[in-house]
Design a protein around this ligand. Sequence first.
Ligand SMILES: Nc1ncnc2c1ncn2[C@@H]1O[C@H](COP(=O)(O)OP(=O)(O)OP(=O)(O)O)[C@@H](O)[C@H]1O
Ligand SMILES: [Mg+2]
Length: 264
Amino acid sequence: MDEADDPPERTGDSTAPTDGPALAVRGLTKRYGDTVALDEVDLAVDDGEFVAVVGPSGCGKSTLLRVLTGLEERFEGRAAVDGVDVRDGGSDAVGMVFQEPRLLAWADVRENVAVGLPADVDPGDPAARDRVDGLIETVGLDGFAESRPGELSGGMAQRVSLARGLAYEPEVLLLDEPFSALDQLTKYEQQDNLLDVWRERGATVALVTHDVEEAAYLADRVVVLGGQPGTVETVVDVEADRPRERTDEALLTARREITDALGV
Ligand SMILES: Nc1ncnc2c1ncn2[C@@H]1O[C@H](COP(=O)(O)OP(=O)(O)OP(=O)(O)O)[C@@H](O)[C@H]1O
Ligand SMILES: [Mg+2]
């Protein structure tokens, strides 16, 4: 991570992806007025890799994802997704699940998930409808397709948001604490669903979490941010074979390394 590849220089077509890491961040500094949210952060995530980002509240985890999604225009340094510099509008290949569900209050669950379908997919198309209903089932919300956000619990709304993010089928999936409102059993189920999606699609995933156990179970590498301002404290390699057992000794070792780095 300390040796993050530079986002590749591009010539010609400004949105054409180039070879290189799926996520490339170099010298990223983000300020909000006098607040330095991120300070000289370097990060490179390979194609198909699963990376988790942990760190104390306010250390800049959401800010990092927002930069990568192209939602933050003013920052220093460079950030690229799938070889496309975020300053050039970012990559179409990226999908994001936000920390707050951000659902459309007047639309039902099915319509909210369908919002995530790619622009060229007609939501009225039977295949698209099947895809949406399949995702609703995957996140454990069958029977709620016609419910509105106001009728859902926080954990249910979070799962609608997750299904909406998956509907896009992005090559690079950015997830900001997607399971934080879930009970333990549902959380375990959704973590395993996410691993299935990651494996089946060969997607690249960057997942922000406060849950050290979750980070170690899911990720190939765990980036520990310290802060504020957010800087990369250390990167922990999780050396457990997949599929993983939650009780694997290697996961416990990784968890210890992460909590040590967090100073817990
Ligand atoms: N829009 C904004 N305007 C001003 N300051 C902001 C804004 N967004 C974030 N910040 C500040 O930037 C810092 C990092 O915020 P960020 O939301 O990225 O933290 P985080 O690591 O995601 O925290 P949490 O774990 O609580 O979600 C914080 O000090 C926050 O107050
Ligand atoms: Mg956050």
